[in-house]
Design a protein around this ligand. Structure first.
Ligand code: 5AD
Ligand code: SF4
Length: 377
C-alpha cells in the first residue's frame, strides 16, 4: 500500500470516558494524520472506525457495545480500557471488530492499520495488539494534534497502582509510570509555540508523580516557570498523596489555577477501608481545612460512589453529612458498578438498584442546592 492509497482512507475516532481518553484520541489522531490517513468527524463516511473505550463503569461499556453494533465502517478497532479488559473476548462478543489495541500500545496504530490493510479483499485476521504496560514511546505525545486551539492536555503519568477495591483502572492501564519531566516540559513548550495558552496536566493519580528526584510539587513548580504559559491545572489527585506542601505550591504558583479535584468517594470510615482508599474521613476533612486556609477562594470538587457493597443507611448518611459539611463547588456522583478483576468483586453487590438510585438522587439534589448557593455568592 502506498501513501496515496492510505491518504484516501478516512478514519473516525469515537471517544468514550474521561479526559485521559480525550487526550489518547488526540494522540491517535496525530499519529494517523502523520501517517497519511484522513481524519473525519463524519462517521458515515469513515472507512475505519476506532473506538477509544472506557471500562470504569458497566454503563460506559454498554455504550461501546451498542456503538459497535451501529457502526458501518469497513474496519473497526477497539482501543482504550476495554481492549485490556476483554482482550480476545471482544471478538466473541462483537464479531464485527477487526482489531484490538491495548492502552500502552496506541503508538503502534499506524503500523497496525497498514498490516490490516494488507489483507484488503481477503479475510481479515482478527488480532489483538497488547504488551504489558510499559511507558509509551515519548514521541507519540509530540505530534502537536489538539482539538482545542488554546488549551492542551498533557499526560504526566500513565497507569495507577492504588488498587481501590472498586476500580478497574490498575488492571487495564497498568502500574504507575511517570514521564520524564524533561519530555513533559518540552511538550508544553511545543504547545505554547503552536499558540496554546492553557494546560491541564493529566494522570490517574497525578500527585503520585515521581521521576528520578522530581516529585509532583516540584513538577508543578517547573511547569509554572515555563515562559509563555498563561494558566495550568491538574487532575486527578488522590487524598493520600495530597499535602500542605501542594497547597502552598498552589498558593505560590501564579499560573496555577486555584482548583482542586479531590475524590473522597465516601464519608464512612468503614466503607473507605473496604474501598482501600488509604485515608479516613477525618484525614480528608483536615486536608480540606488546610486547602481552604492556604489557597484562598480555591475551588474544590469531588467524586462520590453510592451503593458500594454493604453500604448501610448509616454509612450513606455519613456521606450525605460530609457533602453537607464540606460544601464542594461540584460533585460527580456515581452508583457503584461491579467491575471485573477488582477486589470488591468478591463482595456481594447487595445494595438494590432502586436503593442506589435513591441515594444517588439524594446526594445529587443536595449538591445541586450547594452548588447553586456557592455560585450565587
Ligand atoms: N463504580 C462506580 N463508580 C466508579 N468509579 C470508579 N470505579 C467505579 C465503579 N466500579 C468512579 C470513582 C472515580 C471516578 C472516575 O469513577 O468515583 O473517582
Ligand atoms: Fe482507580 Fe483509585 Fe487509581 Fe483512581 S486512584 S484510578 S479510583 S485505583
Amino acid at each position: 500500500m502506498n501513501n496515496k492509497e492510505i491518504a484516501k482512507k478516512r478514519v473516525f475516532i469515537r471517544t468514550f470516558g474521561c479526559q485521559m481518553n480525550v487526550r489518547d484520541s488526540e494522540v491517535i489522531s496525530g499519529l494517523l494524520d502523520k501517517a497519511g490517513y484522513k481524519l473525519t468527524d463524519d462517521e458515515t463516511k469513515a472507512d475505519i472506525e476506532i473506538m477509544n473505550t472506557c471500562s470504569v463503569r458497566q454503563l460506559a461499556e454498554d455504550k461501546v457495545w451498542s456503538a459497535v453494533g451501529r457502526s458501518k465502517a469497513k474496519i473497526i478497532g477497539i482501543s482504550g480500557c476495554m481492549a485490556n479488559n476483554y482482550r480476545e473476548g471482544i471478538f466473541e462478543k462483537a464479531p464485527k471488530v477487526d482489531f484490538v489495541v491495548g492502552t500502552a500500545d496506541i503508538g503502534k496504530l499506524p503500523g497496525i492499520l497498514k498490516e490490516i490493510e494488507k489483507h484488503k479483499g481477503g479475510v481479515l485476521e482478527k488480532k489483538i495488539y497488547e504488551t504489558d504496560a510499559d511507558l509509551r514511546e515519548d514521541e507519540i505525545y509530540h505530534t502537536g494534534f489538539h482539538l482545542d486551539k488554546e488549551h492542551a492536555f498533557v499526560v504526566i503519568s500513565e497507569g495507577c497502582e492504588n488498587y481501590c477495591s472498586y476500580c478497574v483502572v490498575p488492571y487495564v492501564r497498568g502500574k504507575l509510570r511517570s514521564r520524564d519531566y524533561g519530555d513533559i516540559l518540552d511538550e508544553i513548550r511545543e504547545d505554547i509555540d503552536s499558540g496554546i495558552k492553557n494546560i491541564t496536566l493529566l494522570g490517574q493519580n497525578v500527585n503520585a508523580y515521581q521521576f528520578k528526584d522530581v516529585n509532583f510539587v516540584e513538577l508543578v513548580e517547573l511547569v509554572n516557570s515555563v515562559k509563555g504559559l498563561k494558566e495550568f491545572s491538574f487532575v486527578t489527585s488522590h487524598p493520600k498523596d495530597t499535602s500542605l506542601e501542594l497547597f502552598k505550591a498552589m498558593r505560590d504558583c501564579d499560573k496555577l489555577k486555584k482548583y482542586l479535584h479531590l475524590p473522597v468517594q465516601g464519608g464512612s470510615d468503614r466503607i473507605l477501608k473496604l474501598m482501600n482508599r488509604g485515608y479516613t474521613r477525618q484525614f480528608y476533612t483536615n486536608l480540606v481545612a488546610d486547602y481552604r486556609k492556604t489557597v484562598k477562594n480555591g475551588e474544590l470538587t469531588t467524586d462520590i460512589i453510592v451503593g458500594f457493597p454493604t453500604e448501610t443507611e448509616e454509612d450513606f448518611e455519613e456521606t450525605r453529612d460530609l457533602v453537607k459539611d464540606l460544601e464542594f463547588n461540584a460533585a460527580y456522583i456515581f452508583k457503584y458498578s461491579v467491575r471485573p478483576h477488582t477486589e470488591a468483586l468478591k463482595l456481594a453487590d447487595d445494595v438494590p438498584v432502586k436503593e442506589k438510585e435513591r441515594r444517588h438522587k439524594i446526594i445529587l439534589d443536595l449538591q445541586k442546592s450547594i452548588s447553586k448557593k456557592k455560585n450565587e455568592k
